[in-house]
Design a protein around this ligand. Sequence first.
Ligand code: SIN
Length: 288
Amino acid sequence: MAIKLRKLSYGLGAEICDIDVAAPMSESAFGEVHRAFLDHGILLFRNQDITREQHLEFSRRFGELDRHDAFPSDRHPTIPELMLVTNEPQPDGTPSVSRYTGRRWHTDMSHTLEPSLGSLLRCWTIPGVGGDTMFANMSLAYDALSPGMQKLTAHLHGVHFSGGRKLDSTSADQAHAEEQMKISPPVAHPVVRVHPETGRKAIYLGEKVKRFDGMTENESKPLIEYLNRHATKPEFVYRHQWRENDIVLWDNRCTMHMALADFDQTQRRHMERTTVVGTPSGYVAAIA
Ligand code: SIN
């Protein structure tokens, strides 16, 4: 099979056209999809009117699936490999705990010792307008740094915190944040990681990073903010406008992403994500 690709932006991303991810796919056909994944950082599959089981099956081609033990209250009630990103109220009428998931630049599971390889987000329901997601190419951003900045960042470790999700002052939100901090103490990862499959270097930061290991927040903040701003310049990003039954796959080792609040919050936005487990990295950071 020769797959048909359409680039999504200068910085990253490609759509794989005319594909049914639920249909049987030979090893060589999957090899082409996998090559495109490594080349483009994110892949879009449109019109995938598939079941949850088919979503899991396709995702498993990329590796072992996370059971989301780091996010117990965000899981699908009966399928732990599916994480909900939804503003649909819970059965008892209380607001969904995942209604603000991903509203900052981040890569998935970076606050754990097994940060994710990749994620596959399936769109079930989208508001009339907006509810977009932004993606940034962190390899391109790394390559564009000056040699001096590449040298400066080479030995730094960023400390990633799980808390800090946007919150309302409801007690359920506060309890959720406290639960998350207990499950996942802050973890330090290199600021520059080498992609295990392509060998390319990429900046590994985002807004979950509050300081560099061994430095205070005040000392770290200017450089963290500079690098995040640099990495999210227009030439390194793609903004995805969702359609129902889109699946977007992204490589968490060389991209970061952010869900936008650019929609009428009374309208439904319901997404379901599988998360492919990555290689172990980092260490639990000492309290500053
Ligand atoms: C996520 O960060 O996994 C969710 C992104 C989104 O809902 O657009």
